[in-house]
Ligand binder design. Structure first.
Ligand SMILES: [Zn+2]
Length: 635
């Protein structure tokens, strides 16, 4: 997933080709895929594992439900087991059947009381270790992993639905073993309105006929959090022979232009880390209510439209979701405590793709921005959450592990290794990690072992095990970390200082060549607030208020709130109602919530915006706008 970057707020918290994955068998040195049982799942993978899933679902856009059946093909590790335990959340189960090799027979089952984080265990009684079980069920309109948009909330004024299964939301739309330690293949038949297209994290056919009846096949084993579905009025625009975009018709052309470098990105990543193993790489551009930047659903990354700004300056998001095709989707954290193995590696690979395609200067600027975001986030984070190799997340919502520690401290650790061992050695090491662990789930302990054997022992004297362990197991940023530097940002800082000192007017700054990252730097390093005259001067010179670039808006609007620059309020309202991506809008809500007047304005805007927000975003806003505790009231 793309980075959330909501620092203070939560102390928690991307068919034509034949796949060649089946030939990429893991090498013999891969130890077990799980170290400890996943506390965020009721599944018992040491007894039985799902090998294949067959979905047959009707997507009812009016009722906001998926209804039909999930057939599980099982591989038993323990032949004496007589119970199959599955993860569910708010599913309406109408029957369970078992297949004994000859016929289907009804089975008895029980749904446990719901745990607020984990949902309900579905316990199915079996007469023997049956090879197949089929569950008839329906989702509820409030399913945590699905968002149903009304026609008014989309560009084409047609209903839209999409899933977000990470971390543990797949269980709200499919009964299964919802742990990244279990991998399976799947087939699906999805029926819906004939006027709409259905897509999945599978072999989407760019030439599919729109008739409301769609079939999918995912021949590579994936963990449950990469199960994905979307239904809407989307059309396909090709970028290369193996890549393209699906988007609402009015967005498709702009998206294909913005993301035209996708094929080059795939080639860069392949050169570094080995062949792309998933067949096609397509992107689905979601409506602006998508709460994240992107989600790395295999073969079909889900992407926010907020990175389509016309100059390709935010396409590092595509590099990120694509990078997951190696880090995360090919080699997966076996439970959520090791999410840095997905996100830290992906942030590192993303930056390497950006550097190769757009140059070192852009890569450096992005690193400076992300490292300063991490350092800011660490200020308010419990030290126990600041380690890469987290303890098991028992009793915790794993969405909370998606912090900048996993993303940016993880990336920083790999940059440290690259600096110490040299780029050639480190590239070969990382490629070896991906190749030997392809299509498996792994954990921090296994990476530490692999790193010790393949890097430390083969290249002695470059880094000590103590340094490695400090990165993995200690809070904060180790003293061995080299902070990213950017000469372009030094120039921005200088220009800003001249303006603040009154030496150069805003209109006199040499800003014509500044891109998104430079503007972000310029705004992020401003004093907490500016005078009315300074705000008006900046707005006059650069037209920040009403900017079409949401990364600039994310920084400008909080500054307007702190500076009491009320002229921006109508544009703040437009921004907050048009976009539901959490990272972009939460900083403005957070600033508004700090004063009585700001909060009542934010509450009025939220009331209008809420029908267009994903439940994840609504939850964050609700939390932020809560009235402060009486003893915390400011004088
Ligand atoms: Zn990610």
């Amino acid at each position: 997933m793309s980075r959330l970057l909501i620092a203070v707020l939560m102390a928690l918290a991307l068919a034509a080709c034949k796949p060649d994955a089946e030939t990429a068998a893991p090498a013999a040195n891969v130890v077990d895929s799980t170290d400890v049982p996943d506390p965020n799942s009721y599944a018992q993978p040491n007894r039985v594992r799902i090998e294949h899933l067959v979905l047959d679902l009707q997507a009812d856009m009016a009722a906001r439900t998926l209804a039909g059946s999930a057939e599980l093909h099982l591989k038993w590790q323990d032949d004496k087991a007589r119970e199959l335990v599955l993860d569910t959340r708010d599913l309406q189960i109408s029957g369970v059947e078992g297949f004994d090799g000859k016929s289907w027979k009804a089975l008895s089952y029980r749904l446990d009381a719901a745990d607020p984080i984990l949902g309900s265990a579905l316990r199915i009684k079996l007469p023997s270790a049956l090879p197949r079980v089929r569950i008839a069920y329906s989702t509820v309109p409030e399913a945590s992993g699905l968002q149903w948009l009304t026609p008014e909330m989309t560009a084409s004024k047609q209903p839209f639905m999409f899933s977000q299964s990470q971390a543990i939301h797949a269980r709200s739309w499919v009964p299964l073993q919802d742990t990244p330690g279990v991998r399976f293949t799947y087939d699906a038949r999805i029926r819906t309105d004939a006027s709409l297209m259905a897509l999945m994290s599978a072999d989407n056919d760019p030439k599919a006929v729109r008739d409301g009846d769609y079939r999918f096949s995912m021949p590579q084993k994936i963990p449950s959090y990469l199960l994905a579905i979307a239904v809407g009025d989307v059309v396909f625009k090709p970028i290369s022979a193996r890549s393209g975009v699906w988007a609402e018709p009015s967005v498709a052309e702009a998206a294909a232009t913005e993301f035209a470098d996708t094929e080059k990105m795939i080639q860069v990543a392949e050169k570094l880390y080995g062949p792309y193993q998933w067949g096609r790489y397509d992107m689905l551009i979601l409506p602006a209510s998508f709460p994240f930047g992107g989600m790395e659903n295999p073969r079909l990354s889900f992407i926010t439209p907020t990175v389509i700004v016309g100059d390709k300056s935010l396409t590092s998001l595509i590099a990120h979701e694509l990078a997951h095709s190696w880090s995360g989707n090919l080699v997966t954290n076996s439970s959520w405590k090791d999410i840095w193995l997905n996100e830290g590696f992906t942030s590192y690979v993303e930056n390497r793709i950006v550097e190769q395609l757009y140059g070192r200067e852009l890569a450096d600027m992005e690193n400076v921005i992300s490292q300063s975001g991490l350092l800011e986030e660490l200020k308010s984070m419990p030290t126990a959450d600041q380690v890469l190799a987290l303890p098991p997340l028992a009793g915790r919502d794993p969405d909370g592990a998606l912090t900048d520690v996993a993303y940016i401290k993880g990336q920083w650790f790999l940059m440290f290794l690259e600096q110490r061992f040299g780029r050639d050695t480190f590239d070969a090491f990382l490629r070896h990690w991906f190749t030997t662990h392809a299509f498996t789930s792994s954990h921090s302990g296994e990476f530490e072992r692999f790193l010790t054997v393949e890097l430390l022992e083969k290249h002695p004297g470059k880094a000590s095990i103590g340094e490695i362990r400090e990165w993995l197991h200690s809070p904060g940023i180790p003293s061995s970390a080299k902070p990213a530097v950017s000469a372009r940002f030094d120039a921005i800082d200088k220009a800003q200082a001249q303006w603040l000192a009154g030496d150069v007017p805003a209109s006199g700054l040499a800003s014509t060549a500044w891109g998104t990252q430079e503007w972000v730097r310029f705004l992020e390093r401003m004093p907490a607030s500016l005078s009315a005259a300074q705000m008006a001067e900046l707005d006059d010179a650069f037209r920040f208020t009403g900017t079409p670039n949401p990364e600039i808006a994310q920084r400008w609007y909080p500054l307007t709130v702190r500076s009491n620059y009320l002229a921006a309020r109508p544009s703040i309202e437009k921004f907050l109602t048009a976009i539901g991506r959490r990272k972009l809008i939460m900083p403005t809500y957070a600033e508004l919530a700090k004063t009585e007047d700001g909060r009542s304005f934010a509450e009025a805007v939220f009331k209008k915006a809420r029908p267009g927000y994903h439940p994840i975003t609504s939850g964050s806003v609700t939390e932020t706008l809560k009235a402060p505790e009486p003893d915390a009231v400011q004088p």
